[in-house]
Write a protein that binds this ligand. Structure first.
Ligand SMILES: [Zn+2]
Length: 356
């Protein structure tokens, strides 16, 4: 065991690590990897990985690793940390898990709901676009929807994946014809590896963009709101996406996870709205929900002749865009009223949503 740990330590920190299989082209990603140390400790703001006295050949970093960030508040000679060293983009990072006390932010008195859509996150004052962003084109005099950088990267990914699949198919067909043994080495040519590398670069970029979007957006939400409502991300939502299903699936989970931990960390309240809650049908102004014939559907409303994106309340006359008012409707949710709502939905008559 100690031998294994030592070997992986040596391999991880060795700058001359052999990597002969890598194609020789201009490289934007360094060889990423990580190494887990469960017994590291911190002294004078420096990290000391596990030392093994018997192995004399380990000379690297015995004086401790200096960090660019101040970690002196973690100084504890006797405490052992579970630390993961990560090598990424020519830099080394150390991830330390530490329990921190809950920080409290100032109460703002604001509540907000977040509606997670296939191509955008929607809250009362901020909409974050994922695949297509509306822009006003002055020349054309109307709003156009150019693709975002992330969507363009996904196009690239699809292109590279097709190219790789084509190459594999071609080689396999050729091998079958010549009754050769099918081996992955047959198609692992230099060109194939170049495309593979480009593909990996695209994935990495997408990863960074997604991270950026979610972190900034959740920061905003947590900073300015005491209580946040999000919908339970059910399969119904994911079914809506036809082409972009794979595109956003991982982002949804990541968003919810990040928001949940930030709410916990900063003492904000996170309410997960029941997935049967009719957020589209509820009027944020008077709290009446539409049912039966009055419902707004994807093709509008037949009975009242409204369009698919037009929300009109038949009780108080409130009008709004169908998607834009969802966050305001989410705020009206309370878990106690769910059984009543489901009963009323079956009756097919408009009903008052309890709550605030
Ligand atoms: Zn109303």
């Amino acid at each position: 065991m100690i031998n294994d740990l030592d070997q992986s330590y040596q391999a991880f920190f060795d700058p001359k690590r052999p990597d002969s299989k890598r194609p020789k082209i201009k490289q934007k990603i360094s060889d990423n990897g990580s190494y887990l140390d469960t017994q590291a400790h911190i002294k004078d703001g420096k990290i000391f990985p596990t030392t093994n006295v018997k192995m004399s050949n380990r000379k690297l970093y015995t004086g401790g690793i200096k960090c660019s960030e101040a970690i002196s508040d973690l100084n504890d000679k006797n405490k052992r940390y579970r630390m993961r060293f990560i090598h990424r983009d020519h830099k080394y990072y150390a991830a330390i898990s530490v329990k921190r006390p809950v920080k409290s932010l100032m109460a703002t008195g604001q509540w907000d709901g977040v509606d997670v859509n296939v191509d955008h996150f929607n809250s009362t004052n901020r909409v974050v676009w994922l695949s297509k962003q509306p822009l006003y084109d002055r020349k054309l005099g109307k709003v156009v929807y150019p693709k975002t950088r992330m969507a363009r990267l996904y196009d690239k990914i699809a292109h590279y994946q097709r190219a790789l699949a084509k190459k594999r198919e071609c080689v396999i067909r050729h091998a079958k014809k010549n009754k050769q043994k099918i081996d992955r080495r047959l198609w692992q040519t230099k060109n194939y590896q170049k495309v593979q590398l480009k593909l990996r670069q695209c994935y990495l970029k997408v990863d960074h963009i997604q991270h950026d979007i979610v972190q900034k957006y959740t920061n905003y939400l947590v900073k300015y709101h005491d209580r946040l409502y999000i919908e339970d991300l059910d399969v119904e939502h994911l079914k809506m996406g036809i082409a972009s299903k794979g595109l956003h699936r991982s982002l949804f989970g990541y968003f919810r996870q990040t928001l949940a931990y930030k709410c916990r960390l900063f003492g904000r309240e996170l309410v997960v709205v029941h997935n049967k809650y009719p957020s589209t049908q509820v009027c944020p102004n008077c709290g009446f929900a539409k049912a039966g014939n009055n419902k707004i559907t994807l093709s509008g409303n037949q009975k009242h002749h409204t369009k698919h994106n037009e929300f009109k309340c038949y009780h108080c006359g409130y009008t709004a865009d169908r998607d834009a008012k969802v966050p305001a409707s989410l705020i009206r949710y309370s878990a106690d009223s769910m059984s009543e709502i489901m009963k009323r939905q079956k009756l097919g008559q408009d009903y008052q949503v309890l709550g605030i």
